[in-house]
Design a protein around this ligand. Structure first.
Ligand code: GLA
Length: 712
């Protein structure tokens, strides 16, 4: 039984394949956390929930909370003597700002595949209820958590902090944190550091997920490796202001809380209304950081993404033509792309309004007749006749002040009276908290999809929020905009998907500024980074892969010199780097030589042969681009019959030979053939003895393909 309740102890255990999560009601009726770790076969093994320091309290620490100094609550409200990061902070109508939550009831739902526990707690005096949801993914050792705050009375309640969940780790003093930080063109950099006493806050206050931090954490006891050791980890499904707080105290208590950022947040919860938090998925593994990532990848593919199946090879003309686009040149590029085997042709920025640069036009989503005198129809037809589908770039949340939309609706942007409207990339953010703005965007986008045969939308978002005012709303509702904006995007996307189920979407925000498990419920892939340098990409993509599966990681083959000025990687290296995710091409194909076109065609063909392994398989980061000069990333099909290893030789010195690579995840006794090598070898031999890599010279690369010839 995956969810067990012990009535006598008033305790629950959620049991997955390799993990147990436990909670219980204490004598005072409060919900306490009891356990999060390796599988406990018997419920009796669950630790009692009381604070181990409690017996010492009266002698040594009388000023600590009556429950003891290391109390662990399942969803702690701010009230009484609670000083750690709370999950819930609220003010009642009469001004009381102290919230208590005691156990009321529980239920189980869901199905055998994903059983769900809902525990309801309530304030003993005020009509406030909190429903705590736990959805268990047994095979993945993952638990989804979210909370629903219900105002069961009539008087409004102001919510000031509503987190999704807190994860409690066993008391210990030398934990280590792994997280993803970055900046524009250098997103998702893996950072690893000791967890010291105090608080570490990972967050965004920019309105989007942000380039600067990604809503993910992994904590280990300091000795986990890529392939082994205990790791607790989690990721938030939210695309706006978020925070993850690690709070570590001198008792060794470590709690990791996360959800919508409470900074500048307030929610007016009227009588009868509920507030649902985003999901915070957490997991436990003994298979190191790689194991954590593989779990999250499977979770994203099987339970988060809106569609099954591999992503097509795309061409995007942005880096080839920038704003200088027209029907003729796009058509020529399409011819070239089709001859390479590209399956989806995407026109980027510049096709609409008066959009000749980034100064004007955003908001005016009508086709620019100077560039496309006959509309988009003839280009789309040409693309189709070449056997490709057609995609288009939009940036719906934004407006340039120099646009018809802004001239008509200057009050549709976030702004404060008596304050400037700070522009970034010459644009302002539309107020999606407003229902009429949402309606307008849905109508415009729906119109585009109805009028044109479009299969793919790249949804961009090129600036963070500033002056987040919503003067039209009642004062007590104005700070809801942070959440309402994100919900607005989710809502528009889900309406569009419903009406146009054949259309796929890509999440973009100046590259990887909006990549998270929230947006990936509504989009099929994400633009990983504007930085398309294939060597820089190895590190960006490695960090991305800590959380998100290869299928969602859009990678373009780019022309050399665009990002790293003096770096000219061979075409094959550029392809190999981009073939580790969803492959795209962003180069100016009109300048490619016949030889380059031929080689590229072969590589696209090779990608199509291996893409199911890359996009659907398990990933092993064999050699990290952060360590050493050789990078190796492996993918293994779920049935272990095929595997692909990408190996890159990066700038190195002293004629050092490349190290061998040691594949993972193969069947020990199965026989595998390496493409191009006659003699098959057992999985055990390949994994134990390794494969020699005959790569010489900087920026060289190769792909090793393994296929099973005999099953163990
Ligand atoms: C952003 C995106 C790019 C491109 C431009 C267009 O920077 O990340 O890929 O679409 O906008 O203006």
């Amino acid at each position: 039984m995956p969810i067990v309740f012990n009535a006598e102890r008033r305790a629950w255990a959620l049991q997955s394949g390799g993990m147990t999560y436990g909670l219980a009601v204490d004598q005072a009726g409060r919900l306490r956390h009891s356990y999060f770790g390796s599988l406990l076969p018997r419920l009796e093994d669950l630790p009692r929930t009381s604070d181990p320091y409690l017996p010492l309290r009266d002698r040594f620490f009388p000023w600590e909370p009556p429950e003891g100094p290391t109390e662990r609550y399942e969803y702690p409200p701010w009230g009484g003597m609670y000083y750690h990061e709370p999950c819930l902070k609220a003010t009642f109508e009469d001004g009381v700002r102290d919230v208590r939550l005691i156990y009321e009831t529980y239920s189980t739902k869901g199905d055998e595949r994903i059983p769900e526990l809902v525990v309801t707690v309530r304030d003993p005096h005020y009509p406030l209820r909190v429903h705590l949801h736990y959805r268990l993914f047994e095979e993945l050792d993952l638990l989804e958590r979210y909370a629903v705050i219900e105002n069961a009375g009539r008087a409004p309640i102001t919510l000031e902090q509503v987190l999704s969940a807190v994860w409690h780790l066993p008391s210990k003093h030398d934990y280590r944190l792994t997280h993803l930080a970055g900046r524009f063109a250098a997103e998702t950099q893996v950072c690893r550091e000791p967890v010291s006493v105090g608080k570490k806050v990972l967050e965004s206050r920019r309105g989007n997920t942000s380039h600067h931090a990604n809503p993910f954490f992994a904590v280990d006891p300091g000795n986990a490796t890529e392939e082994g050791g205990t790791v607790w980890f989690g990721a938030l499904a939210w695309s706006g202001n978020w925070k993850i707080v690690l709070e570590h105290d001198v008792w060794g208590v470590l709690q990791v809380s996360g959800g919508v950022n409470d900074f500048d947040f307030a929610w007016h919860l009227a009588g009868g209304e509920s507030f649902e938090t985003p999901t915070f998925v957490g997991g436990y593994t003994q298979e190191g950081f790689g194991g954590a990532s593989r779990s999250l990848h499977r979770y994203a593919r099987d339970h988060v993404l809106p569609r099954e199946g591999s992503r097509p090879v795309l061409y995007n003309s942005w880096e080839a033509t920038y704003f200088d686009i027209n029907e003729e040149v796009q058509g020529e590029l399409a011819e070239k792309a089709a001859s390479l085997g590209v399956e989806l042709f995407v026109v980027d920025d510049g096709w609409f309004g008066e959009r000749n640069d980034d100064q004007r036009g955003l908001g005016d989503w009508w086709v620019n007749r100077e560039k496309f005198p006959r509309g988009l129809g003839p280009l789309i037809e040409r693309v189709h006749s070449l056997g490709m589908s057609f995609g288009l770039w939009v940036e719906p949340e934004m407006v340039n002040p120099d646009s018809d939309l802004y001239r008509e609706h200057s009050d549709w942007v976030y702004h404060f009276p008596n304050r400037p409207r700070t522009e970034s990339r010459n644009q302002l953010v539309l107020n999606l908290a407003m229902q009429e703005v949402q309606e307008h965007l849905f109508t415009v986008l729906d119109g585009l999809l109805v009028e044109n045969d479009i299969s793919f939308i790249k949804w961009d978002m090129n600036r963070p929020f500033s002056e987040p005012g919503w003067p039209q709303a009642p004062k007590e509702r104005q700070r809801e905009l942070w959440v309402r904006h994100v919900r607005g995007i989710y809502d528009i996307l889900s309406r569009l998907r419903k009406k146009h189920p054949e259309v796929a979407f890509e999440s973009c925000s100046s590259g990887g500024g909006r990549v998270d498990l929230g947006i990936l419920r509504y989009t099929d892939q994400a633009w990983t980074s504007d930085n398309t340098d294939p060597f820089d990409r190895l590190r960006i993509q490695e960090g991305f892969s800590f959380v998100y599966p290869a299928r969602t990681m859009m990678c373009w083959v780019a022309d050399p010199g665009l990002w790293a000025k003096n770096r000219t990687a061979p075409l094959s290296y550029r392809f190999h780097s981009a073939m580790m995710g969803a492959l795209g091409i962003g180069s100016d194909l009109l300048r490619w030589s016949a030889e380059e076109m031929q080689e590229a065609g072969r590589l696209v063909e090779q990608y199509k042969q291996i893409r199911d392994v890359v996009q659907e398989g398990d990933q092993y980061r064999l050699l990290s681009p952060r360590e050493g000069e050789t990078t190796a990333i492996q993918y293994v099909s779920r049935d272990r019959s095929r595997s692909v290893i990408f190996v890159f030789r990066n700038p190195h010195q002293f004629l050092d030979p490349a190290p061998s690579v040691y594949p993972k995840g193969l069947g020990e006794r199965s026989l595998y053939r390496i493409t191009g090598v006659d003699e098959p070898r057992s999985g055990g031999a390949l994994m134990g003895h390794g494969i020699e890599i005959p790569l010489e010279g900087d920026l060289t690369s190769t792909i090793i393909e393994l296929s099973e010839t005999q099953r163990e």
